[in-house]
Ligand binder design. Structure first.
Ligand SMILES: Nc1ncnc2c1ncn2[C@@H]1O[C@H](COP(=O)(O)OP(=O)(O)O)[C@@H](O)[C@H]1O
Ligand SMILES: [Mg+2]
Length: 465
């Protein structure tokens, strides 16, 4: 178990936000994580909607001696928040810890002793410290392997940080152990000159300590806390989510990934015409895929003898007129009023306008559509197309996105029930699965599968060079 203390004596610099969302993201990445609230204000419980009146045992009960009352086990204290994510909550009782333990031997090792009992149960313990450097923080420092100091990229932050680093050094010496201390810039607002200056100052002054990750100011993080949810639940398309996934990945020793932000917050910025243009682009792409446009899908290299299940119409078979629109696109296109499309958006939608004379019987259209589902390489992209009629959300997770479905939502396709993802995958072998309305499943349109360690089937796609 790796123990990470989130420490800063300054309040409001994002300790609790970092603790909650880092823990949630580690858990989302499959790491069994315990979040320990060492602040008597109990903000972790509030930010994760643990009903205060139902909290019978807190971390305080796991830290005390039998002479102080009944000692609780960590198992009794922990609340399950999500898969692989537990919280050891606190409340105001913890404020009495310092007084109760004043003058007692071993008072700074209480947390270490409590966490030792669950060392094999969790891969990570994240400790949310109070905004002070008293006995509670000392307990956290005493047992942690590393400390993260969130620093708000604001006016007084640099002065406060220098003091905090000095204090940490004094405490570290008292603890008589090595602790890796790192600074995490938080509440970073790219739009303000001050924040940019503070960040560059941080880079020059604390270069060796600075984490690669930065947590941007993102109102979704604030909202998530007020709704009692980690960002993984509240808005996995937000920038806040992306920042915390990258922070978790950095701790795990991975490089950051570019996660597309797809939240309503970003969509909200799109004017309706822009949305329509986006939709039009999507439809245009799909139309192109379906009718080949002269592109020939690559064959999976894993099974050199196997034929792709889908034959995209070759130029020889496809009716020649160019552009060749798909009849099935027409009903959807009718909903797109070209008049609302802003000319300055620089999108040509003429090639997906209602079809010219091109007779394709309904049967052959259906046939082509059913043939379209599956995975194939078109140009530099790999297209995943699946059919789930009643699904509300379809995601794809695999080797290409670290098995994080939330980073790759599929877009709804050109007809009801169709979901499509277009990924620019470099040549290689990828395993993947689908997540349909929260349920993991095998792609029924890709017959190439292999068993995973859970005894389920992963789909396999090999992208040729
Ligand atoms: N990256 C962020 N973007 C927007 N708001 C944030 C961010 N980080 C923290 N906040 C908000 O700032 C306030 C203080 O953050 P908090 O995590 O409670 O700090 P601390 O635990 O250090 O006192 C909270 O209202 C929180 O929602
Ligand atoms: Mg806090």
């Amino acid at each position: 178990m790796r123990i990470v203390a989130i420490i800063n004596q300054k309040g409001g610099c994002g300790k609790t936000t970092t603790s909650i969302n880092l823990a949630a993201c580690l858990a989302r990445l499959g790491q069994k994580t315990l979040l320990v609230d060492m602040d008597p204000q109990g903000h972790c419980g509030v930010g994760l909607a643990v009903p205060e009146e139902q909290i019978e045992r807190t971390i305080y009960d796991a830290l005390i001696d039998p002479s102080d009352g009944r000692v609780a086990s960590m198992e009794e204290v922990a609340w399950q928040i999500a898969t692989d994510f537990d919280l050891a909550p606190s409340n105001i009782k913890l404020a009495g810890f310092e007084q109760v333990f004043a003058g007692r031997a071993g008072r700074e090792d209480r947390l270490a002793t409590a966490l030792n009992t669950v060392r094999d149960k969790y891969e990570w313990a994240i400790l949310d410290c109070p905004p002070s450097v008293g006995l509670l923080t000392f307990n956290a420092l005493k047992c942690c392997d590393e400390a993260i100091v969130p620093v708000e990229t604001g006016y007084f932050s640099l002065h406060g940080l220098t003091k905090m680093m000095e204090t940490l050094e004094v405490m570290r010496k008292q603890c008589n152990k090595e602790i890796m201390v790192r600074v995490l810039p938080t509440l970073y607002d790219t739009r303000t000159k001050l924040a940019r200056e503070v960040l560059s100052e941080l880079r020059s002054k604390f270069r060796d300590y600075l984490m690669e990750s930065t947590v941007n100011f993102n109102t979704k993080l604030k909202e998530a806390a007020s709704f009692g949810q980690p960002i993984t639940e509240y808005d996995p398309g937000s920038r806040g989510y992306k920042d915390f996934v990258n922070l978790a990945r950095e701790l795990m020793g991975h490089r950051p990934v570019e996660i597309e932000t797809t939240s309503a917050e970003n969509m909200g910025l799109l004017s309706r015409p822009a949305e329509l243009v986006q939709r039009a682009k999507q439809l245009a792409q799909l139309t192109n895929y379906q009718f080949g446009r002269g592109t020939i899908p690559a064959q999976p290299v894993a099974q050199p003898t196997a034929q792709p299940t889908v034959q995209i119409a070759q130029p020889a078979q496809a009716p020649a007129p160019s552009p060749a629109p798909a009849p099935v696109a027409a009903p959807r296109l009718a909903a797109l009023d070209p008049r609302t499309v802003n000319a300055s958006d620089n999108v040509t939608i003429t090639h997906i306008s209602p079809p010219p004379v091109m007779q394709i019987s309904p049967k052959s259209t259906d046939q082509k559509l059913s043939e379209f589902y599956g995975v194939k390489k078109i140009g530099d992209d790999v297209i995943f197309a699946v059919n789930f009629q009643d699904a509300k959300k379809v995601l794809v997770a695999g080797d290409f996105n670290n098995w994080m479905p939330v980073s790759t939502p599929m877009a709804s396709g050109m007809r009801p029930g169709m979901w499509v993802a277009k990924l620019p995958l470099p040549p290689g072998r990828y395993r993947y699965r689908l997540v349909v309305d929260g349920k993991w499943m095998t792609d029924p349109n890709n017959k190439y599968v292999e068993t995973n360690e859970y005894g389920e089937l992963n789909n396999v796609v090999e992208v040729a060079a």
